[in-house]
Design a protein around this ligand. Structure first.
Ligand SMILES: [Zn+2]
Length: 389
């Protein structure tokens, strides 16, 4: 038997899942739903729109304007379903064997539903410290809205929140560390010609191969320098090239070659420093080759601004709080990236803790266990109790 709160929460999740807002698309439909929900409960909300005014993050405070308090944060967008073998309609929440199937059920509308289902609880709890909601957009295409949303909260409220929980799926286990990430593409422009002229032309493929080797050597060098964080696997920053395109025939020197790569950093490493080192190397290579072919160029572009890592210390004040309210004392780290580091950069003591299993995210037949929703609602209840003392 489900409790009335859980039934209400599943109902909200059903509504949220029905909005098929993908990363990159306008999220105003789902934001309107949230606005209506908050309006009906007399909660004052604030929007942080994008430049084109077709997307918005939303934040609100429940409880008094007081020092401290906690942000509950999640994203409203989901990843596409194209090419995936779904057995139910991905945007119709379907219950089967105590699981709720649907795109975003786990990542991460389940958490949003738990937040919204707890509005009345927070309103009536006599909170002494406030609870904030912070819901973003475009998380799935590079955590694009997180920094602006976190900054907006800092600027908007006179009394700042102290803590933040990002409700990404973690099976309700507190996560204190996440790697940061940046996805990049590098294009080498060389000169075409007969393959016998390899000494006169600049092969974009050969240059790309050199640059790729540099990236792997850089990763190895950082390990040799002892830049390790045992909490992660692998315990070091990783550099990886996942795709390469170039050339038209074995006997034609390629005038263009592009490779796509990512860098995933442990909290003590800095993405921009690594990219900067790579750029310096590319400039050196380019300058050398310009002597042979003046139009040689190497161009690197970031697909999105770097997403910072999360490196919350075990001594942080949020650790005892999250252990207490989540009921889980086991701290962990995860390899996937999210908005947590962006909230931490704004000065909020941040952890990731949310319902569902990340293994279910982004795949066909994504689901969330109803039991996980129940556990998350319990965390909300414990939070209300804790903050009303
Ligand atoms: Zn997510």
């Amino acid at each position: 038997m489900h409790s009335p709160t859980l039934i209400n929460c599943i109902h909200i999740l059903k509504d949220l899942v029905s909005y098929d807002v993908l990363g990159g698309q306008s999220n105003l439909s789902i934001v309107d739903y949230i606005i209506k929900y908050l309006n009906e409960r007399d909660i004052e909300y604030h929007l942080v729109p994008n430049k084109d005014l077709n997307k918005a993050s939303i934040h609100c405070r429940i409880g008094p304007s007081a020092v401290g308090g906690i942000i509950l944060s999640g994203h409203t967008d989901v990843v596409p379903v194209e090419g995936q073998d779904w057995h139910t309609h991905p945007f119709t929440l379907t219950e089967k064997d105590n699981k709720l199937y649907g795109r975003g059920s786990c990542d991460m509308k389940g958490f949003l539903a738990c937040c919204l289902a707890s509005v009345d609880l927070f309103k009536n709890a006599g909170l002494k410290k406030p609870v904030y909601f912070a819901f973003s957009y475009d998380e799935e295409i590079g955590c694009l809205a997180g920094p602006e949303l976190a900054a907006a909260i800092n600027n908007h409220y006179k009394m700042k929140p102290e803590f933040a929980i990002i409700g990404e799926p973690s099976m309700m286990k507190p996560v204190i560390g996440q790697k940061g990430i940046c996805v990049l593409e590098t294009t080498v422009y060389g000169s075409a010609g007969h393959s016998s002229r390899i000494r006169q032309e600049v092969s974009a493929i050969h240059v790309a191969a050199k640059l790729i080797t540099w990236l792997e050597d850089k990763m190895d060098q950082m390990i040799m320098d002892g830049r390790m964080d045992k909490r992660f696997y692998p315990p070091h920053t990783s550099l990886h090239v996942g795709m390469i395109k170039g050339g038209i025939a074995p006997n034609v020197i390629a005038d263009k070659c592009t490779f796509y790569w990512d860098v995933r950093v442990i909290p003590q490493d800095d993405i921009l420093t690594i990219i900067h080192d790579f750029d310096i190397y590319c400039k050196d290579v380019e300058n050398d080759l310009k002597l042979r072919y003046a139009d040689t160029r190497i161009v690197t572009e970031q697909h999105h601004p770097p997403v910072p890592p999360l490196g919350t210390e075990e001594t942080s004040e949020i650790v005892p709080l999250i252990k207490k309210i989540s009921g889980s004392t086991e701290l962990s780290t995860v390899a996937y990236a999210a908005e947590a580091g962006q909230f931490a950069n704004e000065g909020f003591k941040t952890v990731v803790c949310g319902p569902g299993d990340i293994a279910q995210a982004h795949r066909a037949n994504e689901f969330i266990d109803i039991d996980q929703m129940d556990q998350c609602l319990k965390m909300m209840f414990n939070l209300a109790t804790e903050f009303s003392q």
